[in-house]
Write a protein that binds this ligand. Structure first.
Ligand SMILES: *Cc1c(COP(=O)(O)O)cnc(C)c1O
Length: 285
């Protein structure tokens, strides 16, 4: 049985903001951050009938890598559906894609199936389903134990919003988030789909500038480098730059200290760094 470790909290000061960072990427080398939390249910339970895991999504995703490792340790085969593998990646596999291939992932360039056999387990993209609750509840419990008497709000950047939503369900502290994948309207729809009674929803903050998911921005790279220099923490390059920018723009409205959740994604940084190096090579020294 895989053990998901309790993760430490580090005090940092960045651009005049004193905050705490929960280093949740330290959960497990192969199940990092919120993917470990979301897949906890599958890690913990046995599925005697299952022989094959099926999922779909983007070709460099953190979730894909964690699923490939889940299949490997469970002894399942793993089929992953994508729209297309970019030719440069086919020629030169790296990052999450390479590591998932090593774990035995079979990539299929086609729409994902809609019906499944008895021995097949289908896990939807992003883990935006109720099974994710269980691991996120544990994360909430850990936070409650670690933060006892400080006036703290939580902040974490969102993709599907699953992690932020369930954290707010289990915590009395206020949970702030920002939409990284779509607009804040999309994120609100996601919250309501997971929690139709509209109670205890996270508070969404945003940047003035509109950023598109997976696109490269010089200010993203700059804040990521500055964070590394000032806090000695390597953050994720896909979600965290928008996260920190939104936090800084809105810090005046948040009248308590922040606990920032570092949700992993460092293996995905391998491919993001390559892309940034090509685009803004002069910023890398
Ligand atoms: C997957 C992921 C997210 C998004 O999590 P959601 O629960 O979908 O909002 C954020 N940060 C990192 C590093 C991730 O890997």
């Amino acid at each position: 049985m895989i053990e998901i470790k309790k993760t430490p909290i580090k005090r940092v000061s960045f651009r005049g903001i004193d905050s705490l960072v929960k280093l949740d990427y330290l959960t497990h080398p192969h199940f990092s951050g919120n993917k470990a939390r979301k897949l906890y249910f599958y890690l913990k339970n046995n599925f005697p009938k299952i022989k094959k895991l099926i999922s779909y999504g983007s070709i460099q995703s953190n979730a894909m890598y964690s699923l490939s490792y889940l299949a490997k340790i469970k002894g399942w085969s793993f089929e992953y559906y994508v729209s297309k593998i970019p030719s440069y990646l086919k020629k030169n596999p790296h990052g999450n894609y390479l590591e998932a291939l090593k774990n035995g992932m079979r990539v299929i360039e086609a729409p994902y199936p809609s019906t499944f056999g008895e021995d097949e387990l289908f896990i939807k993209e992003g883990g935006a389903e109720t099974y994710a609750k269980e691991g996120i509840k544990l994360l909430a419990k850990e936070i409650k134990e670690q933060i006892k008497d400080e006036d703290i709000s939580i902040f974490l950047p969102s993709g599907t919003g699953t992690t932020a939503l369930y954290l707010q369900q289990y915590l009395d502290m206020k949970v702030y988030t920002t939409a990284v994948v779509g607009t804040k309207e999309y994120l609100m729809e996601q919250f309501l789909a997971l929690n139709p009674d509209k109670k205890r929803l996270p508070t969404i903050i945003d940047t003035k500038k509109r950023y598109y998911f997976g696109h490269l921005y010089r200010e993203f790279l700059q804040i990521w480098i500055e964070l590394k220099q000032n806090t000695d923490i390597e953050f994720d390059l896909l979600y965290d730059p928008k996260g920190w920018l939104a936090l800084i723009e809105n810090i005046k409205e948040i009248d308590s200290k922040i606990l920032y959740i570092h949700q992993g994604g460092l293996l995905g940084n391998v491919s993001m760094k390559k892309r940034y190096e090509r685009e803004f090579y002069e910023d890398f020294r």
